[in-house]
Design a protein around this ligand. Structure first.
Ligand code: SF4
Length: 732
């Protein structure tokens, strides 16, 4: 173990707060303040503070488990467990073909693991069937960002810009609960004279801080954005010069918005016309403004169009690609950004290269030492892959995900997992998904291994190993190395994360998400580096000429940063000439072929499932501050469990009165997909036509039993945020 404090980052959300890990008297580590990391400046939420508890949890897996003939999981040696996994995958491939093997990854995996997993799927298994749980997180924002700007990086500017803009519209985002240290950016915004508008069907802790809270009916924020754009045009607030110089497609988008009259939008959304007018005034009057979205608008069957409509609002008012202005997505998972860049996604190769692009295939195949024609094409998206288990896909390797709790229509997904011929899961605890596996592989955690992540700002960060994993545990990279060897690929899967990262740098050289100029050494010396960061002998920026503003982020807005010669070679064949990275994108041009941002010609359409007589109430889902995602880790931490011990149904007093429900009563929530039961929590902070459930728990209170897997046609995002339900009080 290290004897002094190890600077690193939190294992949980995409804010990737900096923290120090200091040796604890019991031989483990404790979290201490790391004030030098500019994003959180020492502040942490309860999850970050208690993260070491999972390292030493009594339910930590420290031995592989294999399913025995009697159906129970029993401890086994690594040799037997890995042999069983190789055999299970191999059998599916031989009997049914390569696409009968599936791989499911996670947005919490480091860049190195995400990269190695994508490579493993494509060159060891030869399968196209790989996707990951990040598809459920930000894929609609990614699709809309790519369509509008030619490039998706969650935030195209650092969080430090937020307090210095004039107005922020936060759409379907609740950072007060999901990433509490980030809330100070919004309070500083208001202290500096800026305004905050929050769009959310619930009066969340974030909405309580807002100057204006708009509470649309779930699933209608597309109409809301169109109504705001209508008013922008009608009130003569369009930035005609910007639209002419820097965008394309305005006439079509404008015509679509003009069909959404404010009174019509009020009827759809429930947001009054005066509130719409007030929002337009607040957004348009300052010199700069931002729109930031999160899962609210994104997790819909029209998520791409909804985000596109919010981007349209930014473009029509000249609020994108300008200092202190722009559109951004608050990505959720710890490596939600990096996880989507390096090959876990069904249609992408490392660096955000497209799997269908012959030049991208050639470049990556060369790095991998394989024939480009041997690389499979795009596969199914996450839900479609889970839905195909047991039919087209017969064996699955799953890393860093718990879809039994986190996938939509979860009972069906659980049934599909049970129907597999073979399931292998690597995890740190026996999650609800791992409990279904034929083989469970116990792996190292964040503080026990080094690796990189990419935060919601596009800032690549180094997580450092602070202590050794417990005996009996291996790293995911070691697992992939061993499996590749057993499946006939002896080389190409190193176990040293830095070696994997150096290969990733080569694979991403010249790509949209270019990491080739980033090294572990530079990351150790700096507080992260924003991509794109090309190397000395790689093309600068993307093939389309990613417009960049380079600079080291110091907390002040500088258009040109300092180039620091932080390295001239690493023995990997590419130079690192100290490109400083790119905190801000698009200031000169967008990453589209002609450099112009593209308007999305979108119109409102209803949710896939609207209330009716049988299911008269809307359900929306989300998170609470003390739990993280499927709760696989945080439900094992006593302090967090005490703060958030179980599921609940939030409902308005008027709805409670109609049902005859009192606070704490068990409520059955029933959708077309199943039934969940949780305690009633009665509050005026929610619309009377809507109920809210957090999704962190399995079993009877599992919110995702109810959610609708209707997919967005572009992003393939399921509609987690809105479905129709009925409610009944459960009487003893
Ligand atoms: Fe960790 Fe996110 Fe909490 Fe920061 S806000 S401590 S990154 S969970």
């Amino acid at each position: 173990m290290e004897t002094s404090a190890t600077p690193t980052h939190c294992p949980y959300c995409a804010l990737q707060c900096g923290m120090n890990l200091t040796p604890a008297p019991d031989g483990g580590v404790e979290v201490t303040e790391r004030a030098d990391f500019p994003v959180n400046r020492g502040a942490l939420c309860g999850k970050g503070r208690t993260a070491p508890a999972v390292l030493s949890s009594r339910v930590r897996l420290t031995s592989p488990l294999v399913r025995s003939r009697d159906g129970a999981l029993r401890p086994a040696g690594w040799g037997e467990a890995l042999d069983r996994v190789a055999e299970g995958l191999s059998r599916a491939r031989v009997v049914h073909g390569p696409d009968a093997c599936g791989v499911f990854g996670g947005g919490g995996l480091t860049n190195e693991k995400a990269y190695a997993l994508g490579k493993f799927a494509r060159i060891v298994l030869g399968t196209s069937q790989i996707d990951y749980n990040g598809r459920f997180c930000m894929s609609s924002a990614a699709a809309a960002g790519n369509a509008a700007f030619g490039l998706d990086r969650g935030l195209p500017f650092p969080l430090q810009d937020v307090p210095r803009t004039g107005c922020v519209i936060l759409v379907g985002a609740n950072p007060a609960e999901t990433m509490p240290p980030s809330l100070r950016y919004f309070t500083e915004l208001r202290e500096n004279g800026g305004t905050l508008i929050v769009v959310d069907p619930r009066r969340t802790k974030t909405a309580e801080q807002a100057d204006l809270h708009l509470a649309p009916r779930p699933g209608t924020d597309l109409a809301l954005a169109l109504g705001l754009l209508h008013l922008v045009v009608a009130e003569g607030r369009t930035d005609e010069d910007y639209v002419r110089r820097r965008t394309s497609g305005w006439e079509e988008a404008r015509a679509a918005a003009m069909a959404h009259w404010p009174e019509y939008v009020e009827r759809i959304t429930g947001v009054s016309v005066p509130q719409l007018r007030q929002a337009v005034r607040m957004f348009c009057e300052p010199e700069s403004a931002m729109v930031l979205t999160a899962r609210g608008p994104e997790q819909q069957s029209k998520g791409t169009d909804t985000v596109g409509a919010w981007i349209n609002l930014c473009l029509a008012t000249g609020r994108a690609g300008r200092p202190l202005s722009g559109y951004g997505c608050l990505t959720g998972q710890g490596n939600g950004q990096g996880g989507r860049e390096h090959g876990q996604k069904a249609d992408q190769l490392p660096g955000y290269r497209k799997l269908t692009d012959p030049e991208a295939r050639r470049h990556v195949a060369e790095v991998w030492g394989v024939d480009p024609d041997s690389l499979p094409g795009p596969g199914r998206s996450a839900y479609e892959l889970l839905d195909a288990l047991g039919t087209d896909v017969r064996a699955l390797l799953l890393m860093g995900s718990n879809p039994v709790v986190s996938a939509p229509r979860a009972a069906h997904v659980e049934e599909r997992l049970r129907s597999l011929d073979f399931l292998a899961v690597s995890d740190v605890v026996l999650s609800e998904t791992a409990a279904l596996a034929d083989v469970v592989l116990p792996v190292a955690q964040w503080a026990e291994e080094t690796g990189t992540t990419t935060s919601l700002e596009g800032r690549v960060l180094l997580r450092r190993r602070a202590l050794a994993p417990p005996p009996g545990v291996r790293t995911d990279l070691e697992v992939l190395h061993e499996l590749a060897a057993r499946l006939g690929v002896e080389k190409g899967f190193p176990t040293d994360p830095e070696e994997v990262f150096d290969e990733l740098r080569r694979a991403t050289a010249g790509a949209p998400a270019d990491y080739s100029g980033i090294t572990y050494r530079r990351l150790a010396e700096q507080n992260g580096i924003f991509w794109p960061c090309p190397s000395g002998n790689g093309p600068a920026g993307s093939p389309t000429g990613t417009p960049t503003e380079t600079g080291t982020e110091t907390g002040t807005h500088t258009r040109t940063g300092t180039r620091t010669d932080a390295g001239t070679g690493t023995g990997t064949g590419i130079r690192t000439d100290g490109h400083p990275g790119t905190p801000r994108l698009f200031l000169d041009r967008f990453a589209t072929g002609d450099g112009r941002a593209r308007f999305a010609p979108v119109s409102y359409r209803a949710a896939a499932e609207e209330p009716d007589e049988e299911y008269p109430v809307l359900l929306t889902t989300g998170r609470v501050v003390a739990q993280y995602q499927s709760g696989a880790q945080t439900r094992r931490v006593d302090e967090l469990n005490a703060a958030a011990p179980g599921p609940f149904v939030e409902l308005h007093p008027r709805l409670a009165a109609r049902l005859g429900a009192a606070e704490g009563d068990p409520l059955a929530v029933v959708s077309r997909r199943g039934r969940a039961v949780a305690a009633a929590r009665i509050t005026t902070a929610i619309r009377p036509d809507t109920v809210f459930m957090p999704f962190h728990w399995p079993g009877e209170g599992r919110a995702n039993t109810l959610t609708n897997p209707a997919l967005d046609p572009t992003s393939r995002m399921p509609e987690f945020k809105v479905c129709a339900v009925r409610l009944e009080v459960v009487r003893p």
